[in-house]
Write a protein of this length. Structure first.
Length: 288
């Protein structure tokens, strides 16, 4: 595979049920299954679904349910009893994503998370950028879970600054803590877009998933926060070069092997309500 293909492999978790797409279950399932048969199927990751909609998903998907790689979203400790029963009875769930109620320190809810880990399920815990990063990451690491970072939303205030992101990525890189990202990463390069599809939607700068991946690579392989901020802020596609064996941003270069290590051990995926938008943008840039 080319370096870009290595980076993209299983990178995009499909969140069509969630804003701003907010599709109905039948349409979202149909989309996911069609993407699995598409030219760029290797870039497709998991299908994201709320724990309370699993029965609806099974009813809609029918026999095709076995073709869905599921990542189930849950709230802790609210869904604790549901999770315990679910993990005993359903072996088809691939990943669990937990949103804690505490924005400052979710360690008080770690008991619920730990039970999920005990079931052998790869689990991500959403971490607020407002939290005490060191304590929160340590608590999550202690039970073998991973971190989930929210990179945007449908209003400008939902998008963390590049500096805030870089500081968090550095803390994760120092611990070699795997993470995934979600929200606001519909486009490869940081750029100005509407936040929703509504005609009167607010608009603003949205982080790029390629910016995020390269900033993560920079920090994972020993770079500094200042450099990561510059990468996250980059809006010029010409700053990147896609070679068969490497991806280059200005004077920095990451080989296909480094990108493989990055994906296996650090940036595992990102959730997007659209699979086609990221792919279309990469095609438009001439990189696919």
């Amino acid at each position: 595979m080319t370096a870009l293909e290595v980076l993209l492999s299983g990178l995009i978790d499909y969140a069509g049920l969630y804003p701003p797409a907010s599709l109905d279950m039948r349409t979202a399932v149909h989309n996911y299954l069609s993407y699995r048969r598409s030219k760029y199927a290797t870039a497709l990751g998991r299908y994201l679904v709320d724990i309370h909609r699993l029965a609806e998903l099974r009813a809609v998907a029918g026999d095709s349910a076995s073709h869905l790689r599921l990542s189930v979203l849950s709230a802790a400790p609210t869904d604790g009893k549901i999770l315990t029963a679910l993990l005993q009875d359903d072996s088809s769930i691939d990943t669990l994503e937990i949103k804690t109620e505490s924005k400052i320190n979710p360690s008080s809810e770690i008991a619920v998370i730990e039970r999920c880990i005990a079931a052998g399920l790869t689990t991500y815990v959403e971490v607020s950028f407002a939290s005490n990063a060191s304590e929160t990451i340590a608590a999550i690491a202690a039970v073998g879970a991973r971190v989930k970072l929210r990179m945007g939303g449908i209003v400008a205030d939902a998008f963390p600054s590049s500096q805030t992101i870089a500081v968090m990525l550095k803390a994760l890189a120092d611990r070699r803590m795997p993470f995934k990202a979600t929200a606001g990463l519909h486009h490869p390069i940081r750029s100005h877009h509407s936040f929703t599809n509504a005609p009167d939607s607010p608009a603003g700068l949205m982080h790029g998933f390629l910016n995020l991946a390269c900033a993560a690579a920079s920090l994972y392989f020993g770079g500094e926060i200042k450099q990561a901020i510059c990468i996250l802020d980059e809006q010029d596609p010409a700053a990147w070069t896609m070679a068969p064996d490497a991806i280059t941003w200005r004077n920095l270069r990451w080989s296909a092997e480094q990108l493989r290590l990055l994906r296996e051990n650090f940036l595992t995926s990102f959730g997007s309500c659209s699979f086609t938008d990221p792919i279309h943008d990469l095609e438009t840039l001439g990189w696919l």
